[in-house]
Design a binder for this molecule. Structure first.
Ligand code: RUB
Length: 342
């Protein structure tokens, strides 16, 4: 079977878009691109304005703004802003290329920048990308809802909610849809070392929505699967290769292996913009290596010797054979992925 279109007919319409008390993750500000600094959450809600290419690149590289679709939207507005502020064509092209390369793994950034660069009205195109994400996330939630049983016990990793997409969220959007549909899910949230997107962001968004959720250390997932009747794992994606190999936050591959061992479905919720048909397999996906300080310190406090040698890949790649299905805005994709993704 390729695309499971049967879910299209039975999908329950979503009469809602959860309204977060948080400001919009990303917004056009006329002379700036505004974003909620996700590094400060959940202890502080700070809206920051990026005006120059340096500030735009730093916002993405530092994870001030993060999450694959969200950095795409931010990059799209960023290009539109740079076109207004940099009059020289060569200088503009150089700045846009710098922005496009600010983070290498999530393909959404390059996808969105290229789309804006090809448009006559760059701001209108960036706004379209932003607007489209709402419909995309709502469709993913609708398709994904059908895969979530009543009272599902779910493990998720990293953060795939409103702050990560600028709209409803991908994997978290599916969970929120299940909650709103009265399915009463329980969510085990991997804290997601080293930068704790799970305990800082996913916990915040799920609790705001009233979802039953608990935080666990990443290393607890196996034991939770063994003892807590976990029904499924659902995560997002930063890049899906043509064969279905999936790059996502470091630790995702471990979860996929554990899910296979325990016979638990492993779902990836991802929009079209996360699929990279030009990349044949996971071996060709660039994996970002990040600063050792992310591991040897926690929010500025040193927790390992400064001289410690560190290996800090921000992402790993889950082989396609460990993915039960992809939930996309066009439907649920099942193996063989070479066929269904195309
Ligand atoms: C983010 C991360 C998220 C993906 C998927 O990494 O791995 O799980 O972006 O999210 P980082 P989505 O925090 O390093 O940006 O499914 O919403 O694209």
């Amino acid at each position: 079977m390729a695309i499971d279109r049967s879910t299209a007919a039975t999908a329950t319409p979503l009469a809602f878009l959860p309204k977060s008390k948080l400001p919009a993750a990303v917004a056009w500000g006329g002379d700036a691109v505004r974003y909620v600094d996700q590094r400060e959450l959940p202890t502080e809600v700070r809206v920051v304005s990026a005006r120059t290419v340096e500030e735009l690149v730093a916002a993405i590289a530092s994870l001030g703004v993060r999450g694959a679709p969200c950095i795409g939207i931010f990059g799209a507005y960023g290009v539109a802003l740079l076109r207004r502020t940099i009059l020289d064509d060569v200088a503009f092209a150089t700045a846009a290329a710098r922005l496009r390369a600010a983070r290498p793994t999530a393909v959404n950034l390059a996808w969105a920048v290229d789309r804006v660069l090809a448009a006559d009205d760059m701001l209108a195109e960036a706004e379209a990308i932003h607007r489209e994400q709402e419909a995309v996330d709502a469709a993913i939630a609708r398709y994904g809802l059908e895969l979530i049983p009543e009272r599902a016990r779910i493990i998720t990793h990293c953060h795939t909610g409103a702050l990560a997409t600028g709209a409803l969220g991908t994997a978290l959007g599916v969970i929120l849809a299940a909650h709103r549909a009265g399915k009463q899910p329980t969510v085990f949230i991997d804290e997601t070392r080293p930068l704790l997107q799970g305990s800082r962001l996913t916990e915040l968004e799920l609790r705001e929505a009233g979802v039953d959720a608990v935080v666990q250390v990443d290393g607890a997932a196996a034991f939770v699967m063994l003892r807590q009747n976990v029904d499924l794992v659902i995560v997002g994606a930063d890049r899906v290769a043509r064969n279905g190999d999936t790059a996502n936050k470091i630790g995702t591959y471990s979860l996929a292996v554990l899910a296979a061992h325990h016979g638990i479905p492993f779902y990836v919720a991802a929009p079209r913009s996360s699929f990279d048909l030009a990349t044949e397999s996971g071996a060709d996906i660039p994996i970002e290596q990040r600063d050792p300080d992310e591991i040897t310190t926690i929010r500025g406090t040193r927790v390992a010797q400064a001289q410690a040698r560190v290996f800090n890949p921000a992402f790993d790649v889950t082989p396609h054979r460990l993915v039960t299905a992809f939930i996309t805005e066009r439907g649920v994709l099942r193996p063989p992925y070479g066929e269904s993704i195309r």
